[in-house]
Design a protein around this ligand. Structure first.
Ligand code: ADP
Length: 450
C-alpha cells in the first residue's frame, strides 16, 4: 500500500529531537512489511546529505498557484522526499516568528504531493504537519488520514484571519468543534478533530493527555475523540544504538562482556575533567521545561557528593544553560556541562554513564531511557508516559512518582544501593522493537485505507 508520511524531522537527514528518530526508523520497518512509503520533509538548507531533484508539486496559497521543487533520497527501501520552499532556506529548523506560515505552506505542498503520488493513507506527525488531516477532511480528498502526537505541548497557534486567507479553507472549520482555541487557530487541535485515527507514542501518554494535568488545554477535545485514539510504543534502532558497534566509542562492549564500558568512562571523565572514581550519572536532553531539569538543579547540592559525578549535555532554554554552566564552574570535578547538539558526545555519555537521569514532567515516549538501557546506563526517571511504560521499577531502572528534588534524590539513592551489575544486565537485555510498532500501524492503515 502507498503510505505518505509528512513530518518536519527525520534522522539522519535532520534532527532536533526524538521525532526524528521515529521518522527515520519506523518507515523502514513498514517498507520491510511490503508497503511503499514516502516521507515528505521540508528541504532545509542544512541537511546531512543533498537530495536529487525528482520533480515538482503545485499547491494553492493566498488563492494563487505555487510551485515547489521535490528532491529525493532513498534509504533502505523508503523514499525521503524533500519539499523545496524558500521558507526553509534558513540556518535553523524552528524558532522563527513565521514558523506557522512556513509549516502551513509545507503541509499544503506535502499533502498535494502525497495525493499526486497516489497515497492511500497520509500519516502526519505533530503540529508542523497537522494541517494535512484538516485539508483532507475539508476537501473530502480521496485518502485516509492518521495523525501521531509526539508532543502535545507544541500546538501551532495563529490568528484566524491570516490562516483563512493563506489556506482558502472554509470558515465552517473554525469554531468550538473545529480549529478554534481561545480565539486562535490551533493546528494541532484541527488534526485531533479531523484525522480519522490518532496515535500517541506510548500507551500511557494516550491516557494521560485525556486528563487536565497532561492535556495542555486539549484534554476535553481528546476525551471527545477517545474512540479513535490509541498508543503505540516507539521502538529503538538497535543497529544504530549498539555499544558493540558504535564508531563514536573508545571501546566496544556487550552484555556478556561489559568490562570495556569502564574504558569509555575513563576516556570521558578525563576529557571533561571529572572525577573518575565513583558513580557517573549522565543527562542527554533538550533543555526545555518539559524535561524537569530545574529539579536536577535544585537537587545538585545533595547529589554531588563524593561518590557521584554528573555530566549534562543539552541545549535550549538559555536560563537553564546559564544555570548549569554556573553550577559546573563551582564544582569542576563533579559536574560537567556541555551545551549544544552533539551526537558524538551523546553516544560517549550513554556509554560512559552508570545511570541516566530523566526527571521529565511529562514524556510522550522518550528515547533516551531506551538508549540508556541498551548502553547499560540505568535510567532514573519520573514515572510518567513512555518512561513508566518502558522502565520496570527496581528491575531495569528506577522510577519516582513525586515530581520534586526529593523524589529524584530518592531514585538516585536507590540506584546507589542496589546490586548494580544485575540491574545493568537486565536493562541491557530489554528490547523495544520497531517491528512491533510497524505491525500495529499496518493494522491501523488496513482499517482506514481508501
Ligand atoms: P525529545 O524528543 O523530547 O527531545 P526523546 O528522549 O524522545 O526526547 O529523544 C531525544 C533524542 O535526542 C535522543 O536520541 C537523544 O540522544 C537526542 N538528544 C537530545 N539532546 C541532545 C543533544 N544535546 N545532543 C545530541 N543528542 C541529543
Amino acid at each position: 500500500m502507498k503510505i505518505a508520511w509528512i513530518a518536519s524531522e527525520a534522522f539522519p537527514f535532520v534532527k532536533v529531537g526524538g521525532l526524528a528518530d521515529v521518522v527515520g526508523s519506523l518507515p523502514l520497518e513498514l517498507a520491510r512489511l511490503g508497503h511503499q512509503v514516502r516521507v515528505f520533509l521540508p528541504w532545509y538548507a542544512r541537511l546531512s546529505q543533498q537530495p536529487t531533484p525528482i520533480g515538482e508539486v503545485h499547491f494553492q496559497f493566498r488563492g494563487q498557484e505555487q510551485r515547489a521543487g521535490l528532491a529525493g533520497l532513498e534509504r533502505e527501501g523508503v523514499e525521503f522526499v524533500f519539499v523545496g520552499l524558500s521558507d526553509f532556506d534558513r540556518a535553523r529548523i524552528y524558532g522563527y516568528p513565521d514558523d506557522l506560515r512556513r509549516f502551513v505552506r509545507f503541509a499544503q505542498a506535502a499533502t498535494a504531493a502525497a495525493l499526486a503520488w497516489g497515497a492511500r493513507v497520509v500519516h502526519a506527525h505533530d503540529w508542523q504537519a497537522a494541517l494535512a488531516p484538516v485539508l483532507i477532511a475539508a476537501g473530502s480528498l480521496p485518502v485516509a488520514s492518521v495523525f501521531t502526537i509526539h508532543n502535545l505541548a507544541y500546538q501551532g497557534r495563529w490568528n484566524p484571519e491570516d490562516f483563512f486567507s493563506w489556506t482558502g479553507l472554509p470558515r465552517s472549520i473554525y469554531g468550538l468543534s473545529g480549529l478554534e482555541f481561545f480565539g486562535d487557530i490551533n493546528l494541532l487541535k484541527g488534526a485531533l478533530v479531523f484525522a480519522e485515527r490518532l496515535t500517541t507514542v506510548s500507551p500511557r501518554y494516550a491516557l494521560e493527555i485525556q486528563t487536565p494535568a497532561f492535556g495542555e488545554g486539549l484534554d476535553g477535545v481528546l476525551r471527545a475523540q477517545a474512540g479513535k485514539l490509541s498508543g503505540i510504543l516507539n521502538g529503538l534502532d538497535y543497529a544504530y544504538w549498539d555499544p558493540a558497534n558504535d564508531p563514536h566509542l573508545e571501546a566496544a562492549y556487550t552484555i556478556d562482556q561489559p568490562e570495556n564500558k569502564h574504558l569509555n568512562k575513563r576516556k570521558l571523565t578525563r576529557e571533561l575533567g571529572l572525577a573518575e572514581e565513583g558513580v557517573l550519572i549522565g543527562v542527554v536532553s533538550r533543555l526545555a521545561e518539559q524535561k524537569g531539569l530545574d529539579l536536577l538543579l535544585a537537587a545538585l547540592p545533595n547529589l554531588l557528593s563524593d561518590g557521584v559525578a554528573l555530566v549534562v549535555l543539552g541545549s535550549g532554554d538559555p536560563a537553564l544553560e546559564a544555570a548549569f554552566s554556573r553550577a559546573a564552574g563551582g564544582a569542576p570535578r563533579r559536574l560537567a556541562f556541555r551545551s549544544g547538539y552533539n551526537e558524538r558526545l551523546a553516544h560517549c555519555i550513554y556509554a560512559a554513564a552508570d545511570a541516566l537521569l530523566i526527571p521529565s514532567r511529562f514524556e510522550p515516549c522518550g528515547l533516551t531511557q531506551m538508549i540508556g538501557m541498551r548502553y547499560g546506563a540505568v535510567p532514573l526517571a519520573h514515572a510518567v508516559g513512555g518512561l513508566a511504560d518502558t522502565i520496570e521499577d527496581g528491575r531495569t531502572g528506577f522510577l519516582f512518582e513525586q515530581l520534586h528534588p526529593e523524589g529524584l534524590l530518592a531514585a538516585v539513592f536507590r540506584f546507589l544501593h542496589t546490586q548494580r551489575p544485575e540491574i545493568i544486565r537486565r536493562a541491557m537485555q530489554v528490547r523495544f522493537d520497531w517491528v512491533q510498532a510497524a505491525v500495529a500501524y499496518d493494522k491501523l492503515y488496513q482499517e482506514v485505507k481508501r
